[in-house]
Design a protein around this ligand. Structure first.
Ligand code: PMV
Length: 354
């Protein structure tokens, strides 16, 4: 047999939604019930690095996550692999004397090795970075000649929020209308330089794995919540327009009010689910109170908070000065304990911590 290996490595950051995606209208294709908007973090923080390789010596597709082999048999992996193989093109590496014809990709197998530079179990949107990176690196390896928006529609089938990690800066995931999901794609609203003053701080409240996965949580909410339809149809469409406006104008007070309200409404529909889903804990609630009080005291918001399907706080400070004060306050009210780790991540540059 021929002895060669062709490899590609890529790195993809995670993203944090400021207008949340919660609820699917199609579970297999992962089509959402509303648009969402997120901010992609700096590539050096909270990111996934994935190497993908192809060789005639590989007998089946395999994947390792953080060094441990995991199964690729799930529908989400299979959907991504099938979509990419169908779009693969000829690949030629003259230096190595490798030639792969378009039709060969149906028979060739890939090995995938993926690493997260942050705790996978901490509920910090690891699947968003993970699937975005998997799709991007395989697309490069297979010479898939599609643009980022088409690739986002493939990453979406791995994990909904992953489609937004194909772009940096501020990103909108358009829910789309088509039944086949072809128009449910991510678009970039503004690049990472557009609002460079913002500083994102992630307060890890608990690194325990969440109790309710986003998949089953969304299903239960859509099936039982009376509020979710109101949220998806009446509230989010208006907030999307206002959020786009706030981002365009660097309007931090509006940005902050919208992000905080939307996070709170997402957790309210979780509470309205039967049985209720609790993602936040007492510490999360205390962080919210602390920031609400500070913002009220200052008269104009200094920091926005948002919480995903877990108790960890994502705090977005208006600028470096607000971030510095925020860190001082957080450390004063919430001194780090054994399982508490206050890390800081920023867009686009670090906070100088004291
Ligand atoms: O893409 P998933 O299945 O991990 O769901 C993500 C859901 C939230 O993080 C809670 C919201 C969002 O828009 O990212």
């Amino acid at each position: 047999a021929e002895k060669w290996v062709l490899m590609v490595t890529a790195q993809t950051p995670t993203n944090i939604a400021v207008i949340k995606y919660w609820g699917k209208r199609d579970e297999n294709l992962i089509l959402p019930i509303n648009d969402s908007i997120s901010v992609t973090l700096d590539p050096q923080h909270l990111c996934t690095t994935t190497s993908v390789a192809v060789s005639p010596a590989f007998t089946h597709d395999r994947m390792w996550l953080n060094g441990k082999e995991i199964s690729l048999s799930g529908g989400r992996y299979q959907n991504c692999l099938r979509e990419l193989r169908a779009r693969a093109s000829d690949v030629e590496d003259e230096e190595k004397g490798i030639k792969i014809a378009k039709k060969d990709w149906e028979k060739l197998h890939v090995h995938i090795a993926s690493y997260n530079n942050f705790p996978t179990a901490a509920g910090l949107a690891s699947s968003a970075a993970g699937f975005a990176c998997l799709v991007f690196s395989l697309a490069k390896l297979m010479n898939v000649k599609e643009d980022h928006s088409k690739l986002s529609a493939i990453a979406r089938q791995g994990s909904g929020s992953a489609c937004r990690s194909l772009y940096g800066g501020f990103v909108k995931w358009i829910m789309g209308k088509e039944e086949n999901g072809s128009d449910s794609i991510a678009v970039q609203l503004a690049d990472e330089k557009h609002w460079g003053d913002l500083v994102i701080i992630i307060a890890v409240v608990s690194s325990r794995q969440k109790e309710t996965s986003s998949t089953s949580g969304m299903r239960e909410t859509v099936e039982t919540s009376m509020l979710i339809e109101h949220r998806a149809k009446e509230v989010v469409p208006r907030r999307i327009i206002q959020m786009e406006e706030a981002i365009k104008d660097h309007d931090f007070p509006s940005f902050s009010r919208l992000a905080c309200s939307d996070s709170n409404q997402f957790h309210a529909v979780c509470l309205d689910t039967s049985p209720p889903i609790f993602y936040m804990n007492d510490t999360s609630h205390r962080i919210i109170s602390c920031i609400e009080k500070w913002n009220r005291f200052e008269g104009t918001p200094q920091v926005a908070y948002t919480f995903d399907a877990g108790p960890n706080a994502v705090l977005i400070a208006h600028n470096r000065n607000a971030a510095k004060l925020l860190l001082q306050r957080l450390l004063f009210y919430f001194p780090p304990q054994s399982d508490t780790d206050l890390s800081r991540y920023s867009l686009p540059s670090h906070v100088d911590f004291y």
